[in-house]
Structures are given as C-alpha cells and as structure tokens.
Write a protein that binds this ligand. Structure first.
Ligand code: PLP
Length: 284
C-alpha cells in the first residue's frame, strides 16, 4: 500500500506527519473522499470541485489543478491495485510552530492521499437495509466545509456503533440535519423524496446531487426542505447517501421499522441505477 505525501508516493509504513502539523494540532485542514468502482473513480470532478470549495473557504491555496489531482488519484489507485474502494485526500495548513493564526506565507500545505479497499457493489448491508439511531447534532456552524474537525461525528458514530447500528442521524431543533457521514433522505407516504436543502447546516453531498438527478429522471417529486424525526419515523422509505455507502436503505430508525421494515422499491432502484452508471464510468 502506498501513501501520496507532499508530492511523493511512499510506502505506507514510511509515511510520517510532523507533530507540529496544523491538521494534528488544530484540525486545520479539509478532506475529500471519492469511490472507486470497477477500477474507475466515481464522480471525481464533482469531488474535486468540492475539495476546491473547502480549501477556498479556509483560505488554503489548492496545490493542484483538477487534472493533476485526477492523475494522482489514478496513479495511486493503480499502484495499490484497488478495483473497489475509496480514495481519501487530506490537505492541512502545513507544519509550523504552534500558534493559532495562519503560519508565515509560503508555508506549504500538507497533502496526503491514500486508498482503502472496500466492498461497495455487493455490500451485504445494502441487501437487507440498515438501522440508524438519532443523536443531537453537536457540530459547528460551517458544516458545508468538509473539515477534518470531526469530533462530533466521531462521538455520534461511536454511539451508533455501540448501539449496533450503521449510522447516526443528527438532529437539530427537532429536524434531521444529516448522517454522521452521509446525507439523509426520506420518501413520504405520498411519494415525495425529501432531503434537507443545502446551507451551512449540512455538507453538500456529491452522491446527493447525483441521486436527486436520477430521482428527477424517474419523475419522483423532490422536496428540499427540513423534516422532523417524527416525519422520518412515518416515512414510506428512508435511505442515506455517501461516496462509500452509495444509496443505503434504512429499515429502522431508533428501533422503529420504516415502511414494512425492508428496503423500499424506490431506494433499491436509485441504488441500482446509480451503480450501473458508476460502473459504466458515466458519473465521471
Ligand atoms: N454529510 C456528511 C456530514 C458527510 O461526512 C458525508 C460524507 O462523508 C456526506 C454527507 C455525504 O457526502 P458524499 O456523498 O459527497 O460522500
């Protein structure tokens, strides 16, 4: 396994980050995750556009062009021989003596990239559907930035793991914001696909955009609006999306069955169509 670290491909065991890295000291950095399916990157252009947006939001110059990033990601996936899995990218504000304001101009960012082999297509959880719990959303007010400051999500997802479920849906003022690492969707009893609108309250999911486009093509009515936990509990179907989970059917929320307690037909269709497009390389 290889790590791309500050311009070099190095063996995993030899990749090291200094203690004074601002990512370590301040979580002063951002990240991005894209899927690899059948050896092909999925929706990489959109993921790199979000990477650029996250970098701009925290005033780090993007070290590479989109074309350069794509070449590096492909090279890494090829070196690691990953046919199915994830590419993780992290960029921090670099290494400097510990002090809150930005380090001196010219301090190079730290750039890290690695792959993780992972089953995506035939993930057994997707066949049966998964359980989620709801937890309070304890995060900061710029959740639209894909920041590596993930302590609230670590705690939320640990609570989910302890409860033996797959994801934690975070709740603020009675409304579901999103999953710990995914976008939350419900389908109402009158067949409307509902997800929260984009704002500072949620991360703009790349899978979310693609799935909404597919839903539009399937003539589903889409409502971007807030929804409560109570409404989710009464939904006909529920699912969450992310680069790694793709479209994951949710069959219970806080122990209560959604619909008939098995993956819903629209959810299954959205997953199948998305995966077919990804395999064809049609989501590049
Ligand atoms: N929301 C949060 C908080 C996330 O961390 C993620 C992904 O990790 C998502 C949503 C889904 O985003 P994407 O579909 O781009 O993976």
């Amino acid at each position: 396994r290889t790590v791309f670290l500050n311009g070099d491909f190095v063996p995993f065991e030899e990749a090291r980050i200094p203690v004074m890295d601002r990512g370590f000291l301040f979580a002063d950095g951002i990240y991005e995750v894209a899927a690899i399916i059948d050896g092909k990157l999925v929706d990489e252009v959109a993921h790199l556009a979000r990477l650029d947006r996250s970098l701009r939001a925290i005033e780090i110059a993007n070290p590479y062009t989109s074309e350069e990033w794509i070449a590096l990601m492909r090279e890494l996936a090829a070196r690691d021989e990953v046919r199915e899995g994830l590419v993780y990218i992290e960029v921090t504000r670099g290494v400097a003596e510990r002090d809150f304001p930005f380090p001196p101009e010219g301090t190079p960012p730290t750039v890290v990239m690695f792959t993780q082999a992972k089953r995506i297509l035939g993930a057994p959880a997707a066949e049966k559907g998964v359980a989620v719990i709801t937890v309070p959303d304890l995060r900061w007010k710029r959740r639209d930035i894909k920041s590596v400051a993930l302590l609230a999500q670590v705690l939320a997802k640990q609570e989910a793991a302890r409860a033996g479920v797959s994801e934690a849906w975070m709740v603020e003022d009675g409304h579901v914001t999103e999953g710990g690492s995914s976008t939350a969707f419900i389908i109402t009893p009158d067949d409307r696909l509902v997800t929260r609108p984009l704002s500072n309250a949620v991360l703009p999911g790349i899978t979310r955009i693609a799935v909404m486009q597919l839903a539009r093509e399937m003539q589903l009515t889409i409502e971007e609006r807030l929804f409560t936990v109570e409404e989710a509990l009464c939904a006909r179907e529920a699912f969450y999306t992310s680069a790694s989970a793709i479209v994951m059917p949710v069959v219970t929320i806080d122990g209560k069955a959604i619909g008939d307690g098995s993956p819903g037909p629209m959810t299954k269709r959205l997953r199948e169509v998305y995966l077919a497009l990804a395999r064809d390389g049609a989501l590049a």
